[in-house]
Design a protein around this ligand. Sequence first.
Ligand code: KG4
Ligand code: ZN
Length: 357
Amino acid sequence: MLRILGIESSCDETAAAVIEVAPEGQRRILSSSVASQLDIHAKYGGVVPELASREHLRAIVPVVREAMAGLQFSELDAIAATQGPGLVGSLLVGLTYAKALCFTHKLPLIGVHHLDGHIEAALLDAPRRDYPLLALVASGGHTHLFACLANGQYHLQGRTRDDAAGEAYDKVAKLLGFGYPGGPVIDALAPYGDPKTVRFTSPKMGGNAQDFSFSGLKTAVLRWYEASGTENEVAARKELLRHTPRPAVEQWLSATSEKTLGVLASFQRTVIAELLNRATAAAEKINAKAMLISGGVAANRGLRAEAEQRRFPFPVYFPEPKWSTDNAVMIALAGARRFAGGHRDGLTLRASANLSL
Ligand code: KG4
Ligand code: ZN
């Protein structure tokens, strides 16, 4: 039996989790603790790196203590921590604490790539791993397509040339007065709008057809807004946010016109089509036997429904919604796979903001 503590601090969640892997490979989550900084960054409409590092410092000890409740460090086999990519000040807090724990308790350290974690989260409940596997990771910082030819071996097929899909959600939400993060709100409101309200076009790009681009879509929403005459409702929503940090759907609906709901639905439909069309093309190119969709945007209900409707000729795996956004279970899972494969890192391992997979 393998027991691993995972630590994640790459962006705005401080997280720790313990998982157990049976000799036959079954994986069990023993604990998961996440301290979210959303309410702190919401005021600024996005993550403020300096505030993020400070909050990680505040949260890391209690979060790890909560994840370790009832367990001794001597019952662990290793500690896995996110090495990158991410905000370097944030990464350093989790990685340095992991190193200190490894040093104190004489445990091996396993550095984990954040996207390896997102990918493992989607495979947690997969009955089998069929290769080649096409992985789409779409979050606030990444929109990447990888071909996975064997356990833990990834080959980049395409990536966003500008904004990440989650970033587009966050920027559109900020523009229209829906606060931060934008994905969950737009996802909740999109079903109330007519997706045919605005016809956003797919970006015309030369080069790799599996690359994404979302900045044109964001600009198209900005142009729509400038001509829409909806300044007053945007101001009203910002006012609502000042009084109510996390408004309920009914509250948003009463502060949102039909045309704004329409633009949200149109925006969401376009993002989903972009993600799934390019993932489908990449899957065909590599003759994929399975697909997985992970990262914060994989929590999107519209995306899940559309992926199901498309009836792909292979299984499509999503993580449970709670393991879609940043968490430490995913880091422990990827760390356990690396540990079992013989990987060990020294205490000189450095955090890397731009680590590639
Ligand atoms: O994976 P994650 O927690 O952090 C990063 O690694 O970036 O992803 C956060 C991103 C944010 O941009 C957020 O707006 C987006 O995921 N997100 C969503 C949904 N839930 C979170 N986007 C679309 N629909 C959602 N339901
Ligand atoms: Zn992430």
